[in-house]
Design a protein around this ligand. Structure first.
Ligand SMILES: NC(=O)c1ccc[n+]([C@@H]2O[C@H](COP(=O)([O-])OP(=O)(O)OC[C@H]3O[C@@H](n4cnc5c(N)ncnc54)[C@H](OP(=O)(O)O)[C@@H]3O)[C@@H](O)[C@H]2O)c1
Length: 290
């Protein structure tokens, strides 16, 4: 039986049949500037990934579009052969262009190719969880996901994928996906200041489906709010710790994948997410988003 270090806040969650620590890690920040090209310091990037495993984190979020291919290759170099308890979650549905844009790649052939590319880059025979990324850089966009999601469901039946999820998705697309094949998670943008998915999170919690917020710390524009700073100052903690601790308290189905390229920040976040928040703190923080 796998044991998880008591030090990771939030305990565990089960994605289908995969147990993961609720405190996970998002690998996107390991690529170069603009998520293009290699990291400035390859050894530091590998050290962050090894620290992820050493801390007992068992959920790494990645995509072949990061770099492209860069983060998957770093993950493989740092951690392959992977610890049995570690689960790597990847995304398909977007590619990269020369300008660093993220053009959609959602024809059936695109997602099939992307799954095979991820298998190869990560050195795996089966992908634990594949999210179909929808929408664009400005957020979810309406429209049917049937073609790419049916292609993923077929690859799942062939045994190349264990579980499926959707990302950057509208509630209607989440519902449509579930008519085709079960989902175990939704990965959308959500944080203290960006709370469009409040209703969806509660609905997914009732259904036992995980919600994985991307940009939990604000992404490329760090969270800034006077209420957040005031609570952090009162607790003698960083705003990042408060933001992560709030997410873990927000709902039991929320899994964290904060990104960092720094071992020190990774340790700080893993400790900080366990910050106790009082009713008064939560009430003050709750006023930020809506
Ligand atoms: N599905 C999608 O469409 C989608 C989109 C975006 C992201 N994602 C996933 O979500 C994950 C999380 O998003 P993200 O990494 O973009 O944003 P994030 O977790 O909200 O924030 C990362 C930023 O916060 C900084 N940071 C982290 N810890 C810090 C600390 N303790 N003190 C100060 N600064 C700190 C990082 O800088 P340092 O490197 O200096 O620590 C980095 O600039 C990604 O890694 C990716 O896996 C998915």
């Amino acid at each position: 039986m796998t044991t998880f270090p008591a030090s990771l806040p939030g305990g565990t969650w089960t994605l289908g049949d995969l147990t993961v620590t609720r405190f996970g890690y998002g690998a996107m920040q390991l690529a170069g500037p603009g998520v293009m090209g290699p990291p400035a310091d390859r050894d530091s990037a590998l050290a962050v990934l090894r620290e992820v495993a050493d801390l007992g984190i068992t959920h790494i979020d990645t995509s072949d579009a990061y770099g492209p291919r860069v983060t998957n290759q770093l993950i493989r170099e740092a951690l392959h052969p992977y610890p049995e308890a570690l689960h790597i979650v990847t995304k398909v549905g977007a590619t990269r262009d020369e300008q660093g844009g993220w053009p959609p790649a959602r024809r059936a052939g695109d997602v099939r190719r992307a799954v095979h590319d991820n298998l190869e880059a990560l050195g795996l025979e089966v992908l634990d969880l594949v999210n179909l990324r929808l929408g664009d850089a400005s957020g979810p966009r309406p429209g049917s996901l049937a073609e790419p999601y049916e292609a993923l469901a077929e690859l799942q039946r062939q045994g190349l994928i264990r579980h499926l999820g959707v990302s950057n998705a509208t509630p209607e697309q989440v519902a449509e996906a579930r008519t085709i094949a079960p989902i175990v998670c939704v990965q959308n943008m959500y944080n203290l200041a960006h709370r469009h998915d409040d209703e969806l999170i509660d609905e997914l919690a009732r259904e036992g489906i995980a919600y994985v917020p991307f940009f939990p710390l604000g992404g490329f524009s760090p969270l800034q709010s006077s209420a957040l700073s005031a609570v952090a100052a009162r607790l003698e903690a960083t705003p990042m710790s408060v933001a992560l601790a709030w997410l873990l308290r927000r709902s039991p189905n929320i899994l964290l994948i904060p990104g960092t390229s720094s071992v020190a920040h990774l340790r700080e976040n893993a400790a900080g997410a366990g910050l106790p928040l009082s009713g008064e703190d939560l009430a003050e923080l709750d006023k930020i988003g809506p």
